[in-house]
Design a binder for this molecule. Structure first.
Ligand SMILES: Cc1cc2nc3c(=O)[nH]c(=O)nc-3n(C[C@H](O)[C@H](O)[C@H](O)COP(=O)(O)OP(=O)(O)OC[C@H]3O[C@@H](n4cnc5c(N)ncnc54)[C@H](O)[C@@H]3O)c2cc1C
Length: 361
């Protein structure tokens, strides 16, 4: 981009928009963050918020996520107020899950993951009552309090000069001479050299004006939240049909699956069963009290992989929509900002552009 200080309008202050806005601001762009509600996101606050590089479809997706795990540490060093921790994950034996194959495959890709025995499991998680002779331990995984991360990144961007335009729903793109030149918010036009659409599940509606039909599904996921209690879990535990962690505020957070197979007519009973399993999995004198359940919708491009980049044949617009946005937050923020400002696309992002969904691709 020729202008040393272009104006970039970012739609959405969930974890992805907030991250891109922060990296753009730090790189010297004039940034306007346009958010329909308040910073924090829609999918973001309803996420399990596990930072990992597992269950990857292939090595290229693994590599992007693995890189982002390293970037999380660099980001946390720059912004120590970010609520993120890297306390590792224990994978317990589960049906259809081959622990040894899992460790071998991920180790071969450079992941720090080992098989551990009963004693180590007990040392890592003394309150865990789920018995296992063997488990896998992924040393570098962690979790973030994702909505707070989005708020911190937005506030940090604003502190460095970005403008936050909140409670402002973007109704459409402003196109001039075949180029996206800004956003329509009510009667107002927000002019920009480039628009970044990081609107989560609302992204396809916003970009369709360019002619790009973004195939996205948003499978639901249910999580239960207990009342806060003193620390009973140090890291993440992934068991058979039960994954859990303890949030920074002491609440336990648990879910059953990562695929979004839940029917919305069965939420109460799923939440009840989940609470029972969670209570049985934790040994403590403290009372585990159910506080609430949440349903979130994962913004999932049709092939399950992230969609990040410019739409070929349309100038002035950059799109960033994905599942695993908590893991990918720093890498996507940094790579997207660099690409928007210099045109240089990182090799790790090569497979994840919108072109794979264009007609004839
Ligand atoms: C149950 C569940 C579990 C998950 N677990 C994990 C996990 O363990 N690890 C992981 O990495 N990922 C996980 N994810 C995925 C992760 O939460 C998402 O990838 C991430 O939150 C997406 O962030 P986002 O900023 O793109 O979207 P969102 O958080 O949805 O933010 C989009 C923002 O855009 C705004 N917006 C939308 N339309 C407009 C408009 N027209 N004008 C202005 N603003 C607009 C919205 O108000 C919102 O603030 C999970 C998701 C769910 C639902």
């Amino acid at each position: 981009m020729a202008d040393a200080s272009p104006t970039i309008a970012v739609v959405g202050a969930g974890i992805i928009g907030a991250s891109i806005a922060w990296y753009l601001t730090r790189a010297g762009a004039r940034v306007k963050i346009v958010e329909a509600a308040k910073p924090g996101g829609v999918a973001t606050p309803n996420s399990f918020s596990w930072i990992n590089s597992n269950y990857s479809f292939d090595e290229s997706y693994f590599a992007l996520r693995h890189h982002s795990m390293g970037e999380w540490r660099r980001l946390a060093a720059k912004l120590p107020q970010l609520p993120v921790s890297f306390s590792g994950s224990i994978y317990l034996p589960a049906q259809g899950f081959d622990l040894e194959e899992f460790v071998a495959r991920n180790s071969a890709w450079g992941y720090r993951v080992d098989l551990i025995g009963k004693t180590e499991i007990e040392e890592l998680e003394p309150h865990l009552t789920l018995e296992a002779e063997v488990a896998a331990y992924a040393h570098d995984e962690g979790a973030a309090e994702a909505a707070d991360v989005a708020k911190v990144l937005t506030a940090a961007a604003v502190e460095e000069g970005a403008e936050l335009i909140q409670a402002s729903q973007v109704e459409g793109l402003v196109c001039k001479g075949g180029k996206v030149a800004g956003l329509q918010v009510g009667d107002e036009t927000i002019a920009a050299d480039e628009v970044v659409v990081a609107a989560g599940a609302a992204t396809p509606d916003l970009v369709q004006e360019t002619g790009f039909q973004l195939p996205l599904s948003s499978p639901p996921g249910l999580l239960i939240h207990t009342a806060p209690l003193s620390r009973v879990l140090n890291g993440l535990v992934l068991g058979d049909g039960l994954h859990m962690r303890q949030k920074a505020n002491g609440q336990l957070l648990a879910g059953t699956d990562f695929q979004g197979g839940i029917g919305l007519d069965e939420t109460e009973s799923v939440a009840g069963q989940l609470m029972k399993r969670l209570s049985e999995a934790i040994g403590t004198n403290q009372k585990l009290e159910f506080e609430r359940y949440s349903i979130g919708y994962r913004p999932m491009p049709a092939d399950g992989r992230p969609l990040i980049g410019r739409i070929s044949g349309v100038s002035g617009i950059y799109v960033a929509v994905m599942h695993s946005g908590i893991t990918l937050c720093p890498a996507v923020g940094e790579f997207a900002a660099r690409e928007i400002l210099t045109g240089a696309r990182d090799e790790l992002m090569a497979p994840f552009g919108p072109e794979r969904f264009l007609d004839g691709a």
